[in-house]
Ligand binder design. Sequence first.
Ligand code: TRP
Length: 343
Amino acid sequence: MTSIPPMPENRIFSGIQPTGNLHLGNYLGAIRNWVTLQDNFESIYCVVDLHAITVPQDPKALRQSTREVAASLLAAGISPERSILFNQSCVPQHSQLAWVFNCIARLGWLNRMTQFKEKAGKNRENATVGLYSYPTLMAADILAYRATHVPVGEDQKQHLELTRDIAQSFNMAFDVPFFPLPEPQIFGSATRVMSLRDGNSKMSKSDASDNSRINLTDDADLIAQKIRKAKTDPDALPSEAAGLAGRGEAQNLVGIYAALADSDVDAVLSEFGGRGFGDFKPALADLAVSRLAPMGARMRALLANPGDIDAILADGAARAEAIAAPIIDQVNDIVGFLGAGNR
Ligand code: TRP
């Protein structure tokens, strides 16, 4: 039997869906934080292609989106040496553990998941079983590494709670303190980025208007143009954050400025309070171009050599599997699968 791997103390796991058109919202809401976390944690970052197929995917587009997301993470500063970066389907332990967790999680628990209700919509009978059990696979992603911390946005908190329930339930069922109860890693600095056309709806890859979002691949001219065209109101900026209440568009642009400047809303308003958007927009455009355009350029360069991206992902998958395999061997032995203890 392989020896029991020691429980990690500071191991991050997080996943991102392989969707095309990553935008500023993805960057400021998640990716940027992942980059920072590499300094203090053993970090494992995964492009979750198994999760992607819970809804229909075109195979060619899926491959392309997987590369694009990997490229954007690398361009944003995820280091393939300091972190582990890979795509989920290349490490079979995720699927293996997900099955065990499917036999731990209860229908009642999954029935409460709000993301399933939203994604399945009215025609629930037609949703895939995979979409329903999405959260058990997510639990497997995290616990296959016995990760201790999981950076997630608000929308994934419920899934993380379920992950903790599954971990605890496994530990109780087999009377072993095997899985940690992973903690959410919520960022003070995570920014909820809204559409540039409507300050009350989230910036989204599926918005019909490309002017509603800044894509990470947009070049300098396009970034500046989209900010120039962004919806605003006719008033000057307030000098304190409270003055932004009810002004969704103004709030959004100031929030974006603060995030890109590594500053905060109050500091931005103390500089721009009393000035109109005629002053503020050009400053925001300059800042956004200086922060985002080099990233877009790096991303395009990476995507010009897809073989290099594939090699980075393959290396990451091998390193991920080296961590997960002994853990899953152990799980299989705990569960009572004959043979698992002899590997
Ligand atoms: N469900 C997450 C999302 O849609 C992606 C994800 C999959 C994930 N597995 C994970 C996030 C594990 C954190 C940890 O954003």
